[in-house]
Design a protein around this ligand. Sequence first.
Ligand code: CP
Ligand code: NVA
Length: 307
Amino acid sequence: MPDHFLHVTDLEADQISAVFDLAAEVKTKLRARDRWRPFDGLTLAMIFAKPSARTRISFETGFYRLGGHALYLGPDDIGIGKRETVKDIARVVSRFNDIIMARLFEHAHVLELAEYSAVPVVNGLTNYNHPCQIMADMFTIWEHLGRLDDLHIAYVGDGNNIVHSWLRLASRIPLRLTIACPENYQPDADTLALARHAGLSEVTISHEPLTAVRGADVVYTDVWASMGQKEKADERRASFAGFTVTSELMAATGRNALFMHCLPAERGVEVTDEVMEADYSIVFDQAENRMHVQCAIMLTLLGSGNK
Ligand code: CP
Ligand code: NVA
């Protein structure tokens, strides 16, 4: 097992499956209110340089419910990389805590945090990727469709941190991954190359949502302006005209496709209310599964999965 979880590619395919098996066990136990306390006496430091609902709640609640204590260190608390260098924070925080979760702007900062930390670091989102999200998403698809292979995922929207995580996952699990984005909002070229060179998945970039979703098992979208880009939201809305996930777009899959969104959603922008509320929308299953999958990741990193 890796020392840290910073990218989905830090896990091999068999380790991803093992995390999913463990997540299913965590989910059963948490839902049954089982008094399983593998994190008894442990502390999790959660460093947030950006806002969050799901990530904070799922890490804090999950760690607590498995017997540990989680500390929230918000944007105004430790000022990572501003008030103090990343490497100093890494060494200080890891003297006090057993594991660290960090949501930061710069991906280089989470890499540096891990380099200097004496305890495992989990990436809770950077400008570059969001590996916990994609693990929870794939686990959710597995629950709904009962398989991890032969899946066609159509992502419609911005080539952002969520897409980079999908691309990295495509280098570990064979997928048909179609990414429909405007010309100027494509994912990082190196990450695209990484996914393609792994030779496992069929990765296609398209600028035509209607044709991109044809035959998809899952249609996935995310906001058009991520955290840190909100001042460009109007300009982005103009560039993304035609990329909203509507009922018509879902119908264009020609299948009973599932709809997914990492949330928070901007209803009426990248997705309609109707799609968010449809029976095929599994966005709240995704949100719940963040907690179960992240607990499984932390149990794995801490070597306490069998306690
Ligand atoms: N999906 C997700 O990470 O949500 P938050 O930004 O609310 O944590
Ligand atoms: N791309 C979004 C994901 C939020 C979970 C963002 O970075 O804001």
